[in-house]
Design a protein around this ligand. Structure first.
Ligand SMILES: C[S@@+](CC[C@H](N)C(=O)[O-])C[C@H]1O[C@@H](n2cnc3c(N)ncnc32)[C@H](O)[C@@H]1O
Length: 470
């Protein structure tokens, strides 16, 4: 039954039926339209107040819970529901995996419309918390206040915060005391900086007036135990900067790499900035199967190291290498997959658009004593052409791991033209992967599919597909 409230509608006793895109759940309204509802779990029965109506769907908010889903678990994190980070923390892990598996299946069936083998079971992550090796936090002098705090008449003191942006609020930061995504001493470092800065009058960034000292913080913790901390300052105040960095170095002698950047640009990206090493090295090392990968402040590295290892093993298994193959690793990043499969291949050619990543890839391969990997930089649709193939050889196997948008159609066309025996397609977006599989269907059949969960408590899912020439 629906009660009208101007153009907003209250739907009563609606059963949430599925997990939808981006961690928002879905239900069906009495008129047959879809309702998107955040912060509910499939199986919940709720009253929904809609706040947006479109031709095909509503967006709404659960205002009353009548029944709670059997899939529910108590979120472990005190920030759950306010912080946008772990939207599925209120759903048991097996069910998270089932929804991820289904999403991949739906995309491949509905968008790909290609013949599919039986899927191999989704590979869950052994670590369901504290699995991220990199976290980025923002500072703000305008802490996000809870409804309870606003309602109270108490003096809330200073509003300094270090934590995460509230979704869709560029100037509001949720002050984070304990995040369950990165292992210690991540929480201890962030909290120590907050306390020290407050005690010593160091200004947190004011995003509206663009002033203040402390802007962002990045912490990397890897399986070797090495730690990188990068503090981004807005003000170029040497005395205050050194006061904080000296304190950090003393309080956390285990930090391998302590770095900073002074950034007065409008945006806080560090990729075009000069980074200064204050103490220790300018890089840390991650290790996988005896291979060492150097990671600097700007390097891309898969954020869940343990599960990246599992992903790479599946990729190598799907590639079916015997030692005689010429392999192309497209979108190679810092060449981690290329090096990981290199012992089972004759030669591996990696291609990537970020020059610094290719420099890292070459340096890592050299340090690892790998001599059968070559790396080239450039935009894939331009580099991966007939002349490139003529120069580097005709691949037997292509491994491709594109960004979320999937492969450019010229890249797909080129793969079809040179038609290697096998293509292993690793993807973090099964919708664009499905689109690309459809384009390749004339020459390739899907032989194996295995989703991998790299990001427990979120809706994100990785998928590996083996394509075999027809
Ligand atoms: C999903 S990451 C894959 C990284 C790598 N395979 C790994 O496991 O670490 C995608 C990579 O594609 C690169 N990339 C994005 N657009 C590209 C393009 N047009 N041409 C070449 N590389 C591109 C990105 O810089 C990024 O390193």
């Amino acid at each position: 039954m629906a009660r009208k409230n101007t153009d907003k509608v209250l739907f009563e006793r609606i059963k949430v039926r599925d997990a939808g895109a981006k961690g928002v759940s879905v239900a069906t309204a009495p008129d047959g339209k879809v309702i998107f509802i955040p912060n509910v779990v499939p199986g919940d029965v709720v009253d929904v107040q809609t706040f947006k109506k479109r031709k095909a769907y509503y967006e709404g908010k659960a205002v009353k819970f009548h029944e709670l889903s059997d899939y529910r678990v108590d979120p472990v994190c005190e920030h759950f529901g306010v912080c946008g980070g772990c939207k599925w923390q209120n759903m048991n892990y097996n069910q998270q995996l089932a929804f991820k598996h289904n999403e991949v299946k739906n995309h491949l069936q509905r968008i790909g419309k290609v013949e599919l083998p039986e899927f191999e079971p989704i590979l869950g992550s052994e670590q369901q918390f504290f699995y991220r090796n990199k976290m980025e936090f923002g500072f703000s002098n305008s802490r996000w206040l809870t409804e309870k705090e606003i309602a109270s008449q108490d003096d809330l003191g200073n509003r300094n915060a270090v934590g995460f942006h509230i979704p869709k609020m560029w100037d509001k930061i949720l002050d984070i005391h304990k995040c369950h995504l990165q292992q210690d001493p991540s929480n201890a470092i962030r909290n120590e900086i907050r306390d020290f800065a407050n005690a010593n009058g160091l200004a947190f960034f004011d995003p509206r007036n663009r002033e203040g000292l402390l802007r962002t913080l990045m912490i990397r913790t890897v399986s070797t135990g090495e730690i990188m901390v990068l503090v981004q300052f807005f003000d170029d105040n040497k005395t205050q900067r050194e006061l904080l960095l000296d304190h950090l170095a003393g309080a956390f002698p285990q930090i391998t790499s302590l770095q900073y950047v002074v950034n007065q640009k409008a945006n806080d990206t560090i990729y075009d900035q000069t980074i200064v090493t204050y103490k220790g090295r300018d890089h840390i090392f991650e290790e996988m199967e005896g291979l060492k990968f150097s990671i600097n402040a700007k390097s891309f590295y898969q954020t869940n190291s343990a599960q990246a290892y599992e992903l790479y093993k599946i990729t190598r298994d799907f590639a079916g290498l015997t030692g005689n193959e010429l392999v192309y690793d497209l979108y190679t990043g810092t060449g981690t997959i290329a090096q990981f499969v290199s012992r089972q291949a004759k030669k591996v050619v990696g291609v990537e658009s970020v020059p610094e990543a290719i420099e890292d890839a070459k340096a890592n391969a050299e340090r690892n004593g790998i001599t059968n990997c070559e790396f080239y930089v450039g935009d894939m649709k331009n580099v991966f052409n007939d002349a490139f193939i003529a120069q580097h050889g005709h691949p037997d196997v292509i491994i491709t791991d594109p960004p979320r948008d999937g492969m450019h159609k010229d890249v797909v066309e080129q793969i079809l033209k040179i038609a290697p025996e096998r293509v292993v397609y690793v993807s973090c977006n099964s919708a664009t992967q499905a689109r690309d599989l459809a384009l390749m269907d004339e020459k390739y059949k899907v032989a194996r599919v295995r989703p991998v969960d790299m990001f427990p408590q979120t809706h994100h899912v990785e998928n590996v597909v083996l394509l075999v020439k027809r």
